[in-house]
Design a protein around this ligand. Structure first.
Ligand code: KG4
Ligand code: ZN
Length: 375
């Protein structure tokens, strides 16, 4: 067993094996990453236990249920991650844990477990911003250079970030209400489709006519990169009610057309805002421009194609990490910890925070949807 100390200096240049812990929303996750300077990092394990079924009856994540489930399973997830990686705690150099933003009960479960392991082993511990985990993933998967442009687009997040360094982010804009995935989920609910709504809506949209219903493209008339998706969902509700009033119910084709119209509207908004974000990013004259996306919504083929077109038209390489690393996971948290340790920025002095904007200078985003704070 290691001496009990929180003050051991964090190693910056030697090989590092870091344990990651993530519990800020509805995934209980733990991972082990090994990083050797000069070589590509290796994900030794990545355990993600989702809670979709637990929340299925409630139409959204129930914070108390999520926190309890994390508290019950996190230690098992850590054990599974260590065993799948073939390492013991003696071979771990540090623990990186999500310290926010997110649902505070879940975040606290992770932070308390990490502090417990640190107290028992003497391992250094660092609190990682969940959004930094997403934002730094393109460096884990593809080793891209700073600065790059990132669009986080999931059920809980939607923001454009210029990633300048391991903890240097410029937020160009974000949603002021719902995240797009949240809107997909609500639309699915309105149309009687299963959760999570994104894949179901995408499936229906393939058979639909996107031009039949005139749905709005919110905030496109305003400059900048902020977005809004809640009015779009309300517009869809009105269109649905119009159909029901006219035909006495929703026919198969009506549903497909509504899905196609909604998806096209989201796609138009994200693509236009991406063009604006790309223009702002390219003003920095990056040597090799990169436009990366992360988050579950990036799985949508038609949205992804629209984002790729916007990136390529601007002369940027388009990058979408594998889906398992786009959605919530602990490998990204371990990796963000490694990046921050290597930069000498890591600190054991942190608290669990429901809100934690990456860009402290940007005006706060006002949205806070079913999956917690947006920033
Ligand atoms: O990143 P993620 O797994 O979890 C967080 O939100 O943190 O994203 C899940 C979200 C859900 O809202 C889901 O409906 C959406 O991503 N999603 C999609 C698709 N697949 C998942 N949205 C649109 N199209 C999809 N194919
Ligand atoms: Zn996330």
């Amino acid at each position: 067993m290691r001496p009990q100390s929180q003050t051991r200096p964090l190693p910056q240049t030697r090989p590092l094996t870091v344990l990651g812990i993530e519990s800020s929303c509805d995934d209980t996750a733990s991972a082990v990453i090994r990083s050797v300077p000069g070589s590509d990092p290796v994900i030794l394990s990545s355990v993600v236990w989702g809670q979709t079924e637990l929340h299925a009856d409630f139409g959204g994540v129930v914070p108390e249920l999520a926190a309890r489930a994390h508290a019950e399973k996190l230690d098992l997830a850590v054990e599974a991650a260590l065993s799948q990686a073939g390492v013991t705690l003696d071979q771990i150099d540090a623990i990186a844990v999500t310290a926010g933003p997110g649902l505070i009960g879940g975040v606290l479960s992770g932070v308390m477990l990490a502090r417990g392991i640190a107290a028992a082993t003497g391992l250094p511990i660092l609190g990682v911003n969940h959004l930094a985990g997403h934002a730094l993933t393109p460096r884990l998967t593809d080793g891209v250079e700073f600065p790059y442009l990132m669009l986080l687009v999931s059920g809980g997040h939607c923001q454009f970030l210029i990633v300048n360094g391991p903890d240097q982010f410029t937020r160009l804009g974000g949603t002021i209400d719902d995240a797009p995935g949240e809107a997909f989920d609500k639309v699915a609910k309105l149309l009687g489709l299963p959760q999570p709504g994104g894949p179901a809506v995408e499936r229906e949209a393939r058979m639909g006519d996107a031009g039949r219903f005139a749905l709005p493209r919110p905030l496109l008339d305003r400059p900048g990169c902020d977005m809004s998706f809640s009015g779009l969902k309300t517009a869809l509700l009105r269109a649905r009610d119009g159909v029901v009033a006219e035909y006495g119910g929703l026919r198969v084709q009506d549903r497909a057309d509504l899905c196609a119209g909604f998806q096209a509207a989201v796609s138009d908004v994200l693509a236009e805002k991406s063009r604006r974000a790309l223009a702002a990013y390219l003003e920095l004259a990056p040597a090799t421009p990169v436009f990366a996306v992360a988050g579950g919504v990036a799985a949508n083929q038609s949205l992804r194609a629209a984002l790729e077109r916007a990136g390529v038209a601007a002369g940027a390489r388009f990058l979408a990490p594998p889906l398992a690393l786009c959605t919530d996971n602990a490998a990204m948290i371990a990796w963000a910890g490694i990046e921050q340790m290597r930069a000498g920025h890591a600190s054991a002095d942190f608290v669990a925070r429901p809100r934690w904007p990456l860009d402290q200078t940007a005006a706060p985003l006002i949205g806070s949807g079913k999956k917690g704070a947006k920033a």
